[in-house]
Write a protein of this length. Structure first.
Length: 222
């Protein structure tokens, strides 16, 4: 049973690598492509992307990085000014305050450097498991499973796991997903979830991994 599951996972990864080749990358990977593997910029872009589409959060991150690329630089900009720069990301007022708070914490507790352990990252204001793991993966190339809504939804639809919450999904995937795929799994499933395996009425007729999917919870598709 375990061997068959591993073979399914291998096939899914290989097919998604090909099928997503021409899709726009998620915001974190787009930041790496444009600015390099800078953990601070990735952290800031992750905080801006929470509950906001990548098509909105990534341009907002780029606008902000024109003015600031370090914690010191961010703190030199007033919260009111940051609000205007990052608008219209969701909860932009709260996020502007969070950016100031995080930068202050980085300077006071970590000498201005982004920490590279999950526990330390989670100690920062506004940083949850999803953000922490994405920073570890994309900022430091440390194997970590970033479970967002797409990863949670599609991993269950595929029938690889059966979970009810992202926290359960992270724990379950750690048991079945080869460690070599931990970083890549988020990128592949986010792109697939944004374009094909959407939350409501997914495009199953266009799905490259249809033959490996159990379509759990799918009641209507296109």
């Amino acid at each position: 049973m375990q061997q068959k599951l591993l073979e399914r996972i291998e096939s899914i990864v290989q097919m998604l690598r090909i099928a997503t080749r021409h899709m726009p990358p998620p915001a974190a990977q787009a930041v790496v492509s444009r600015f390099g593997r800078d953990p601070f910029l990735i952290l800031i872009s992750c905080l801006l992307s929470l509950r906001t589409r990548d098509t909105v959060s990534f341009p907002a991150s780029c606008r902000l990085f024109e003015y600031a690329k370090t914690p010191e630089d961010i703190l030199k900009i007033s919260i009111a000014r940051i609000e205007k720069i990052i608008y219209p990301v969701g909860f932009y007022k709260r996020k502007a305050r969070t950016l100031h708070s995080v930068c202050q914490e980085l300077l006071e507790q970590f000498e201005g450097k982004v920490p590279h352990t999950q526990q330390e990252l989670l100690s920062l204001n506004g940083v949850g498991p999803k953000t922490a793991n994405l920073v570890l993966a994309e900022g430091f190339n440390i194997p970590a499973l970033c479970v967002d809504t797409h990863v949670h939804r599609i991993s269950n639809r595929l029938g690889i796991i059966t979970t009810k919450t992202p926290k359960e999904t992270e724990a379950a995937l750690q048991k079945v997903l080869p460690r070599k795929y931990w970083i890549e799994w988020n990128k592949l499933l986010v792109m697939w979830g944004q374009n094909i395996c959407v939350p409501i009425s997914p495009f199953c007729s266009q799905c490259a991994i249809f033959d490996w999917c159990q379509r759990r919870g799918v009641t209507k598709s296109r």
